[in-house]
Design a protein around this ligand. Structure first.
Ligand SMILES: Cc1cc2nc3c(=O)[nH]c(=O)nc-3n(C[C@H](O)[C@H](O)[C@H](O)COP(=O)(O)O)c2cc1C
Length: 193
């Protein structure tokens, strides 16, 4: 384990969001992780201070909006920019970030993914969360549980009632399964073998 200066395990939350809905879920997820004893940093994809390369953390949580049944691509983000999304939001995406990161050498780093999508398309196949899981697994992360998916009313939102509460329950339940459990002191992974 690596620990925050105050001794808590570390969680990195990374979110892509055009219209703020996925970002709102990410903030609830980050707060829920804090409540169960993680030291959390939250970054928007494209933030110049984003960690890249080998990630030395105890948990990664990624979230993104579903575009065309998957993670966004540059063409879809350009389209979103024409319809009012900010330049910063469309510069890059979670797909690109995941292609630049791996777990730190010798570390088992669990990763959870979630997406937002429109309610009317909920039965259609394909969404950002499952795609993020596939990419993260290829990069060597220990993808944990099924992705979370939270519904918006339409392309610009808002999130449906109850979805933020559902996000809190989703992440709290997911990390409860993780070993070693947050809040306890553990030997570093390499030394424990
Ligand atoms: C270009 C575009 C394509 C989209 N494609 C899908 C889709 O395939 N399935 C879906 O459920 N929602 C789709 N949506 C709706 C987005 O998932 C929704 O805008 C997003 O959840 C809002 O999150 P954000 O506010 O964080 O950007 C699409 C939206 C846009 C703008």
């Amino acid at each position: 384990m690596s620990y925050a200066p105050d001794g808590r395990p570390l969680a990195l939350v990374v979110v892509e969001s055009m219209r703020g809905n996925t970002e709102a879920v990410a903030h609830v997820v980050a707060q829920a992780l804090e409540r169960v004893s993680y030291g959390v940093t939250l970054h928007e994809v494209g933030d110049p201070t984003m960690p890249t390369g080998r990630l030395d953390t105890d948990l990664v949580v990624v979230g993104a909006p579903t575009h065309a049944f998957s993670l966004t691509r540059p063409s879809a983000r350009a389209d979103a920019a024409r319809h009012g999304a900010s330049a910063a939001a469309v510069r890059t995406g979670l797909r690109e970030w995941l292609s630049e990161v791996t777990p730190a050498h010798g570390r088992r780093v669990p990763l959870l993914a979630f997406d937002t999508r429109v309610q009317r398309a909920r039965r259609l196949r394909g969404a950002a969360g499952p795609r993020a899981c596939v990419l993260a697994r290829h990069r060597g992360f220990a993808v944990h549980r099924r992705p979370g998916s939270f519904m918006v009313a339409d392309n610009v939102g808002p999130l449906l009632g109850g979805e933020l509460a559902r996000a809190e329950i989703w992440v709290t339940t997911a990390v409860a399964d993780l070993a070693p459990r947050p809040g306890r002191q553990h030997e570093p992974v390499a030394a424990a073998r």
